[in-house]
Design a protein around this ligand. Structure first.
Ligand SMILES: Nc1ncnc2c1ncn2[C@@H]1O[C@H](COP(=O)(O)OP(=O)(O)O)[C@@H](O)[C@H]1O
Ligand SMILES: [Mg+2]
Length: 247
């Protein structure tokens, strides 16, 4: 499966979600994962470098890709059970290419005016992507939400803005919490920093809702099976291939 984390706003938490999703899929769902960094700012590539230098954390593969990456993504999708793309915060060729092949797109937004103003253009991008890729399953998610009860309306109103454009908005969202920033140090994730904490819980809910699965075990069964099938297909292919050695 190919999952794109994208949008048109810097700072909304795209890289943070891409990194935590990659860790969730690799460690808790036991899938083979490739992270793709399409952002010239290299936030995710730098994070992965720190992560893979840290012997206490499970290593995750990461490549940087720019431009016309459609065929490369399809190829990665055939080799990894999950490909997670951090697309950066601009309307780029790579973002459009990713939308044309992704199974899922997660679009983070803060419940703030300037973030919500990007929804019409993101809607346009999604509609374009779906012309090539009608199965694309896209969802907005609200991030860095205020926890004060008198600001709960902001969250509801932001959800309504996305819904008026006819898009799925996840029920789960992230609150503004320091752990998101603190956990990035030395390539770690929220899930590894405080596995039983509130932030890890809200992230698991977001990822399960995005993939429409009940829990991490359901994700593992659904997506690891397809890899087993792939292995079987490769096995059958290799057995039926003509032998070229000898004589
Ligand atoms: N829910 C959250 N609460 C507090 N800080 C957050 C949250 N989500 C992300 N952040 C922080 O916000 C900053 C920007 O996030 P980042 O993922 O780099 O944004 P983007 O990739 O969309 O530009 C980072 O320092 C990150 O740790
Ligand atoms: Mg980023």
């Amino acid at each position: 499966m190919i999952i794109l984390i994208g949008g048109e706003k810097g700072g909304s938490g795209k890289s943070c979600l891409a990194q935590n999703l990659a860790v969730y899929l690799a460690t808790e769902c036991q899938l083979s994962v490739m992270l793709v960094d399409c952002d010239p700012q290299r936030t995710t590539s730098n994070w992965i470098q720190a992560r893979n230098d840290n012997p206490s954390l499970k290593k995750i593969n990461c490549v940087q890709m720019f431009g016309k990456i459609r065929d490369d993504l399809i190829s990665l999708g055939n080799h990894y059970e999950a490909v997670v793309i951090d697309c950066g915060g601009q309307d780029t060729v790579a973002l459009r290419a990713s939308l044309s092949v992704a199974d899922f797109a997660l679009l983070p937004l803060r419940p703030k005016r300037r973030d919500l103003q990007t929804v019409p253009h993101v809607d346009d991008l999604l509609n374009n992507g779906m012309m090539f890729n009608p199965n694309l399953d896209a969802a907005f998610v609200l991030t860095q939400c205020p926890s004060l009860p008198n600001q709960a309306n902001r969250i509801l109103e932001a959800k309504e803005v996305c819904q008026t454009w006819g898009h799925r908005v996840l029920d789960a969202f992230t609150y503004q919490r320091n752990i998101y920033d603190d956990s990035e140090e030395s390539g770690s994730s929220v899930m590894e920093f405080e596995p039983k904490g509130k932030a890890a819980h809200e992230l698991r809910q977001i990822f399960n809702q995005l993939l429409k699965q009940e829990n991490q075990r359901a994700i593992e069964v659904t997506y690891a099976q397809s890899a087993a099938q792939l292995e079987r297909e490769q096995y059958v292919l290799s057995r039926s291939a003509p032998t070229t050695y000898g004589h």
